[in-house]
Design a protein around this ligand. Structure first.
Ligand code: AMP
Length: 486
């Protein structure tokens, strides 16, 4: 039963998201739509924007891509005001869950408040159960709604104090932006697991999950919101505080491996550069004689370039990606996912035929993608296939906002490297070591007594306790239907 809950909670509550906010620009909604478009890779299921003007909030939310839903003058003009926040969401649930589209909005005694959140609370079940006992009625299964109830039940008067009070009760990962009648509030959890940066567009303040959201509107990057920092922007300008107990910084290393866009700078480092260096580390650690280095596009490209340069081998596009298909991972069932891989990639025979190939990808999760790709490369005439992976084996699920399958679906949780090599059908398989990954980020090595990053998906060392795992809460019956189609 407890295991059931753990599984269910993992399936339902994890989501990958992007957040964006503008304060003090007449085109706030248009800029927010553009910012969300740049953050589209962080979530493709739904998008939403809430703005405020003249004592009124305006909202537009829809399932699907930003470009398909915020593309008309009418929609943008309906989002009045010079302040706005927005959100893109990826989740595992189906289209019946429009109630889960963010930003979440609620009316409080102090007025309205909209919240957009990236991350995952690890005590969401416990908090939800307690709130329900005290009379809260939930409309969705999102962690973000928990913030709403905690803010509503807080005894403090000022909105900022209520938000701090609510965040103090929340455990887990959050990078969030909120919009009240007078302020924009941005906050990051004390470990700083998910990214959040601040920029300026003239005199307007901008917040974005990644710097690519600033670039698209020509905003200037100012700095990252610091772990445990709460920033308020209002008519008097910028106010920063650190109201939470200080914790060791544990930024998610998987943001570098896969999740962030390569042109973004997160935590001061360019994602492309880190990926390139992971490839170089891989070549140093596990090079093998071959004719050509081929990336699995797009996620393996920067690492493959780094590998090829380090190894002095030609880099060739031996697999061509069709860009009109979404990320393969997004398909809910294995059957559709398998089909997705075929729809998405095709072998470039002229590069592969008769060659010994080093195939580079960012990660192996279930192994489904690799198996299909390897088969495709083999059918195109490759003599030998040596697969090199730009992250250590993914052995454990993420509870902090990156959607990962249950542990029993993670191929590396159930098989060692030589077994995985056999399953996916390669002649050799190597993963970068955890120290190699850390070196690529500029560290000498992983400090095992106090790691510089959250790397729980590779090490099972979870920096934040996952309270819900203890079974302190049970899933709400209404939400059972959101269980992922397995
Ligand atoms: P698979 O091994 O078939 O489960 O798919 C692994 C591929 O999916 C990796 O090479 C990544 O490109 C991509 N991937 C890894 N983690 C995620 C994630 N959390 N969400 C979406 N895609 C992912």
């Amino acid at each position: 039963m407890l295991d059931d809950f753990y599984t269910e909670s993992d399936d339902v509550l994890n989501d990958e998201c992007g957040v964006f906010a503008v304060y003090g620009n007449d085109d706030a909604a248009a800029h927010t739509a553009l910012g969300l478009h740049a953050l589209q890779h962080r979530g493709q299921e739904s998008a939403g924007i809430v703005s405020f003007s003249n004592n009124q909030f305006f909202s537009h939310k829809a399932l699907g891509h930003v470009g398909d839903n915020f593309n008309s003058k009418d929609v943008i003009e309906s989002l009045e005001g010079n302040v706005a926040i927005g959100h893109v969401r990826y989740s595992t649930s189906g289209d019946k869950h429009t109630r889960n589209i963010q930003p979440v909005f609620a009316e409080f005694t102090f007025g309205g408040l909209a919240i957009a959140h990236n991350g995952n609370l690890t005590n969401a079940g416990v908090l939800r159960k307690d709130l329900i006992k005290e009379g809260s009625i939930f409309q969705s299964d999102m962690d973000t709604e928990i913030f709403i109830h905690l803010i509503a039940t807080s005894k403090y008067l000022r909105v900022a104090d209520r938000i701090v009070d609510a965040l103090k009760k929340a455990e887990g990962a959050y990078s969030l932006v909120a919009l009240s009648q007078k302020k924009i509030i941005a906050a990051r959890d004390p470990h700083g697991v998910r990214p959040l940066v601040m920029g300026m567009l003239g005199s307007a303040y901008v917040f974005s999950s990644e710097t690519c959201g600033l670039d698209i509107i020509g905003a200037e990057y100012v700095r990252d919101v610091e772990p445990g920092e709460l920033i308020i922007i209002d008519k008097d300008g910028f106010h920063s505080s650190k109201p939470f107990a200080q914790k060791n910084q544990r930024f998610c290393v998987f943001e570098y491996v896969y999740f962030s866009r390569p042109d973004s700078f997160v935590e001061g480092k360019q994602v492309y550069d880190v990926r390139n260096k992971i490839g170089a580390e891989l070549a140093k650690e596990s090079h093998v004689k071959a004719d050509v280095v081929v990336p699995v596009p797009d996620s393996g490209v920067p690492a493959a370039l780094g590998y090829a340069k380090e190894a002095g081998l030609p880099f060739e596009l031996g697999i061509i990606r069709n860009h009109y298909v979404g990320r393969t991972f997004i398909e809910p069932t294995d059957h559709v996912r398998n089909l997705g891989v075929k729809l998405k990639h095709n072998a470039n025979k002229s590069v592969l035929e008769g060659k010994d190939v080093i195939l580079v990808d960012d990660s192996i999760v279930r192994g489904t993608t690799s198996k299909k790709i390897v088969n495709m490369v083999r059918e195109a005439g490759a003599k030998k296939i040596h697969m090199r992976i730009a992250s250590p084996p993914t052995t454990d699920p993420c509870f902090y906002g990156v959607d990962t399958p249950d542990k029993d679906k993670l191929i590396a949780a159930n098989h060692d490297v030589s077994e995985i090599a056999k399953i996916i059908g390669v002649d050799s398989l190597e993963f970068v070591t955890i120290d190699g990954l850390y070196r690529a980020t500029g560290e000498k090595s992983r400090k095992n007594d106090s790691p510089q990053y959250c790397d729980a998906c590779f090490t099972a060392e979870y920096p934040i306790e996952v309270a819900d795992r203890g079974g302190a809460a049970v899933p709400l019956p209404l939400f059972n239907d959101t269980k992922r189609n397995k």
